[in-house]
Design a protein around this ligand. Structure first.
Ligand SMILES: Cc1cc2nc3c(=O)[nH]c(=O)nc-3n(C[C@H](O)[C@H](O)[C@H](O)COP(=O)(O)O)c2cc1C
Length: 501
């Protein structure tokens, strides 16, 4: 690893420490008295969708029916500055492409710093076992009006161990409250947590130890819900790299799993092969009830053996709905860097920038800008990028490097002016998808606990000027950089008064 890529320590120790800085910066909104039943989550959705660019972390307290101090937090990493802070990046560079570039550089030589086992930590302030176990002790939200239950895990990490290698995976797979000591686990095909369950524990009829952490270190949350941490690498080790120091963990009494010592709430439990419970319905990240519409689906059951929590715990939640910024923005940073890395690993030159448009598309509209170097370059880029593990019929658009991939207005201009449609659009059939897909009718999806292998096409749009006659292309009618500099000099007041910078 080169000297400049040495990990820089993040300057927060855990979620509470992070929130102190968020509050000092004026990015924490406190709300008292909202109900767990649809109100908290819907207030957050309205703030993020209609709130004129305000993207605070929203902390709810004095939730009716709950003691003061039992709080619920949404939008933890929902602003560009909070993303930079979470990842230990330059906090003054918070434009989407700056975040992309800085995370790209920092994560380039990512290596693990394994967690440090400690005897105890704040998570042990309250230990509930046996009859004391009651998940509904926390103000767990019911998120949307048509949801069938309350969901404990939406901003959390599900911790599982590979029974063969000991590798510990942390993934965000939603976890529904069934009753005070039972959860349902929804990890879809292709996710590491699903593979561990269905390919390792279930065929061997072996109970699977599991832990779920809520209110985790923001760096671990960032990693647990993005796809770029490969099979066999632990998100805990990668979080150690982001933080520049190991995470503190405690060996779980019931599972032996590493439990984040400074999280807010952790449960330990067990999934017994062959036990199912009806899960859902739940409004999802792309804005639909997609799994089986408003029907429930059988999912594995988690029997909770212990709950640990800090005093005055902070429950953390994400509000999935028609995509807005609560958690989509940081996934845009994560996925765009992951796609760029895959292209480079494939040996494709000339990649100038990538942006994954989570806000609006939930990560299903990805744009790559390139410096065109040879015929077919754009198609190659688009074909490879299109296979980034999106779960649905994703759109991949390749543009030239005069287009900012994060700027949809520019991207659409390139699509409608530079793409010769009959030659420059490819539809690839037979790609991976699953039950989350809203373009597949309900009757084709699973109706039992056995998942049907589903596929869907993806589309690649080459919105670059044809390299064969690019040099003779029609001139662009726009103020040139040289004229701009002159005008900014001469007409400084007029232009700056009207917001031109
Ligand atoms: C808020 C949020 C909720 C998510 N819920 C689920 C879910 O319920 N099931 C699932 O399989 N993936 C879900 N995901 C996506 C996974 O967390 C993500 O793909 C992650 O990479 C999975 O980790 P893995 O690569 O270790 O399997 C969710 C992501 C986010 C951001």
């Amino acid at each position: 690893m080169s000297a400049q890529l040495q990990p820089v320590k993040t300057n927060y120790r855990d979620l509470r420490d992070f929130l102190t800085a968020v509050e000092e910066r004026g990015e924490l909104k406190q709300v008292k008295g909202a109900s767990w039943d649809v109100e908290m989550s819907s207030i957050v959705e309205l703030i993020y969708r209609e709130g004129k660019g305000h993207r605070p972390a929203v902390m709810f307290d004095e939730v009716p029916g709950y003691p003061k101090g039992f709080r619920a937090l949404f939008g933890t990493i929902g602003s560009t500055w909070r993303i930079a802070k979470t990842l230990g990046l330059d906090e003054s560079q918070v434009q989407p492409m700056q975040l992309h570039e800085n995370w790209y550089k920092k994560s380039k030589d990512i290596r693990g710093i394994p967690p440090k086992f400690v005897k105890t930590g704040p998570i042990m302030e309250n230990v509930l076992t046996g009859d004391q176990i009651d998940l509904l002790k926390f103000p767990i939200p019911r998120y949307h009006e048509l949801d069938g239950a309350r969901f404990f895990g939406t901003q959390h990490g599900v911790i599982q161990r590979d029974p063969d290698t000991g590798w510990v995976n942390v993934g965000t797979y939603r976890s529904m409250v069934v009753n005070k000591n039972t959860l349902a686990l929804h990890a879809v095909p292709g996710k590491h947590g699903n593979i561990l369950m269905y390919s390792k524990y279930f065929p061997r009829k072996q109970p699977m130890p599991v832990a779920i952490a809520v209110g985790m270190d923001p760096a671990l949350w960032f990693l647990s819900c993005q796809t770029d941490v490969p099979w066999g690498t632990s998100e805990m080790d990668a979080a150690g790299f982001i933080k520049g120091e190991p995470l503190e963990v405690i060996k779980g009494e019931f599972t032996g799993l590493p439990l984040p010592a400074r999280a807010e709430i952790v449960v330990e439990g067990e999934v017994v092969p062959g036990e199912w419970v009806d899960e859902g319905p739940f409004g999802e990240w792309h804005g639909y009830y997609a799994n089986r519409g408003l029907l429930t689906v059988p999912e594995p059951v988690i029997h909770v053996k212990a709950i640990y929590h800090r005093d005055n715990p902070i429950f953390t939640g994400s509000m999935p709905a028609v995509p807005q910024h609560t958690f989509t923005l940081f996934l845009g940073v994560a996925d765009s860097v992951a796609i760029r890395r895959r292209l480079e690993n494939f040996g494709v030159p000339g990649i100038k920038g990538v942006w994954s448009h989570y806000t609006g598309s939930g990560g299903l509209f990805n744009v790559i800008s390139i410096e065109q170097m040879y015929s077919g370059h754009a198609t190659k880029v688009g074909m490879i990028a299109s296979q980034y593990p999106a779960e649905m019929g994703a759109y991949t658009v390749v543009v030239e490097d005069d287009i900012d991939p994060s700027n949809l207005e520019q991207v659409i201009w390139a699509m409608v002016t530079r793409c010769r449609i009959e030659r420059q659009i490819q539809i690839i059939t037979g790609c991976h998808t699953n039950n989350v897909n809203t373009a597949i009718p309900l009757k084709e999806k699973r109706s039992s606990d056995k998942a049907v292998p589903l596929t869907q096409g993806r589309i690649v749009i080459d919105a670059c000027r044809d390299v064969a006659w690019k040099d003779d292309w029609y001139p662009i009618a726009r103020v040139s950089p040289e004229l701009r500099t002159k005008l900014m000099d001469k007409w400084h007041q007029v232009l700056t008064e009207t917001g031109v910078e």
